[in-house]
Write a protein that binds this ligand. Structure first.
Ligand code: UN1
Length: 515
């Protein structure tokens, strides 16, 4: 770890300056935009970052546009091969990526491994998808004497704005999808995880992605907003809060010129419904994993547990018992299951929520479980212990609480439809869990189409690329699903070419060769 720390301390500033330079321009006054990268494990500085200069973004866009013209004309195979090369390198360099994920994002080793694996999967999956979808354009049915084909081309410049909770996998997933589809990218990673982003960009550059085709603009939401507002943005891929997605949507709509594509993945107030036939041990395991793993910092995480009243007390006792076993502390300690939340603001907001819940006893709120931060947790880290609060009604949970705090409601079997109405009324639609051994109940719940990812009799996190395409609808996002067969389609424009072969038959092959 010492070596890694030394390496990180040396490189980010230089690399960031280099990356901004590669994008066209170095900030005229670098000191103004310089800041420290902080580890949530102990609040220490682990690197320095140079923020993008808002006044240089127009130049960055010009560079990215120029690069897009060349990059989009490279054969699909060449673009895909660069993703595969990056995947290979990422796989070979496991220790340093895992340590970086632990250090900058506060991940446990389990979570770091899962994310690193997911990042590799995204690179390979999108490379394979692009070969399949954008390789040779097959001849479409039509009259003789005519050649009809559908070609796909990159849209131009994509702005990719990614979150801190999957700083490697979601960052690389968005960027890889945009690149392999023939776009150039300006990436704006979360301000909490700049080092991982800078390293991921370097990985792709080393794998042969041209510097101008992938530019990095570090900074906070203001830089993101400035990027989105630039003329020339052909598309935005965004993962983060509902509020930020709405403001990006408004900003894109307010611009003159071509309509940009928006792919937004946001949050959810994700429910799990547990009926009286569910297996209690399994429920306890799955609830604890879904609500508390990754310190609850997944958009897929369980937020609202709905227990059929006959089994509620027993289930709560078992869940609290399982939660009591969780150790909260330094995620590098292999015996710890819950690491820190991402920063001081997140910790303060979660602690405020816990206090607000405790102040609502008169509204029927019951505190069923309050965990403790382990005695060995580093003093200046951002640790929040898991908590379980029962609410009087599902309507009492108004918004996504992004941390290890679980809310519970009881329901009567005869009022299942009312419960489903209440979940639907929240207007989210990301993940849903069901625990039941009655097929008709499962069917009745699934039939309501309450979420983009539904999990039956298992936990509700950790969607696998290519196996469980991930993403929601309504307030939870636009689709298409990440790691799914339709994702890349949103990154391209389609062009139908019809050729009268009697006149220029010889050109058909040439056209097909152009990507
Ligand atoms: C997110 O937390 O922003 O299924 C989305 C899962 C992950 C969630 C990623 N793919 O748990």
């Amino acid at each position: 770890l010492g070596d890694l720390l030394a390496a990180i301390r040396q490189t980010p500033e230089a690399r960031q300056a280099e990356l901004i330079l590669a994008g066209g321009k170095r900030a005229p006054n670098p000191a103004a935009g310089r800041r420290q990268a902080i580890s949530p494990i102990d609040g220490s500085a682990i690197g320095r970052v140079e923020n993008a200069d808002a006044s240089a973004l127009a130049t960055l866009m010009q560079e990215a546009q120029a690069a897009a013209k060349l990059w989009s004309r490279r054969p699909v195979e060449e673009r895909a091969a660069r993703l595969d090369r990056a995947a290979q390198r990422l796989e070979a360099e496991a220790p340093r990526w895992l340590r970086l994920l632990q250090l900058e994002a506060g991940k446990t080793l389990d979570d770091a491994v899962a994310e690193w694996r997911e990042a590799i999967d995204f690179l390979r999956y999108y490379a394979a998808s692009a070969r399949k979808a954008f390789g040779a354009a097959p001849k479409l049915p039509g009259p003789t004497g005519e050649d009809n084909r559908l070609h796909c081309h990159g849209r131009g410049v994509f702005v990719c704005i990614s979150p801190w909770n999957f700083p490697l996998a979601i960052f690389l997933g968005q960027v890889a999808a945009a690149l392999v589809s023939g776009n150039s990218v300006i990436a704006k990673p979360a301000e909490q995880t700049p080092l991982i982003a800078a390293e991921a960009v370097a990985l792709l550059h080393k794998a042969g992605v041209p510097a101008g085709a992938l530019c990095l603009a570090q900074g906070d939401g203001k830089i993101g907003a400035a990027l989105v507002a630039l003329p020339g943005v052909a598309g935005v891929a965004f993962t983060g809060s509902v509020e930020a997605a709405a403001s990006i949507n408004r900003a894109l709509a307010a611009k003159d010129g071509p309509i940009a594509a928006l792919i937004a993945e946001t949050g959810g107030v994700n429910a799990m419904i547990v009926d009286a036939t569910a297996l209690p041990e399994q429920v306890a395991d799955d609830v604890v994993a879904s609500a508390f793993r990754s310190a609850g910092q997944r958009c897929s995480a369980l937020r609202l547990l709905c227990l059929q009243e006959e089994v509620a007390d027993k289930m709560l006792t078992m869940i609290a018992g399982a939660a009591r076993e969780l150790r909260v502390g330094d995620p590098r300690d292999i015996g710890v299951q819950i690491g820190p939340v991402i920063d001081a603001d997140a910790k303060a907001a979660l602690l405020a929520h816990i206090e607000a819940m405790r102040a609502q006893v008169q509204n029927g709120v019951i505190e069923h479980f309050a965990g403790e931060v382990g005695a060995t947790a580093p003093a200046h880290g951002f640790y929040v212990a898991p908590h379980i609060f029962e609410l009087a009604s599902p309507a009492d949970l108004k918004a996504e609480v992004f941390g290890p705090i679980l809310h519970v409601v009881r329901y009567k079997a005869a009022e299942l439809d009312l419960l489903l109405d209440a979940i639907e009324a929240k207007n989210f639609g990301l993940t849903l869990g069901v625990h039941s051994r009655i097929e008709s109940t499962i069917g009745r719940i699934l039939e309501r189409r309450l979420a983009g990812n539904c999990y039956v009799n298992r936990n509700m996190i950790g969607a696998v690329v290519g196996t469980q395409p991930f993403g929601g609808f309504n307030l939870s996002g636009t689709g298409p699903k990440a790691g799914g067969p339709h994702y890349l389609q949103r990154f391209v424009v389609e062009q139908t070419v019809t050729i009268n072969t009697a006149a220029v038959g010889g050109n058909v092959h040439l056209l097909n060769a152009i990507d």
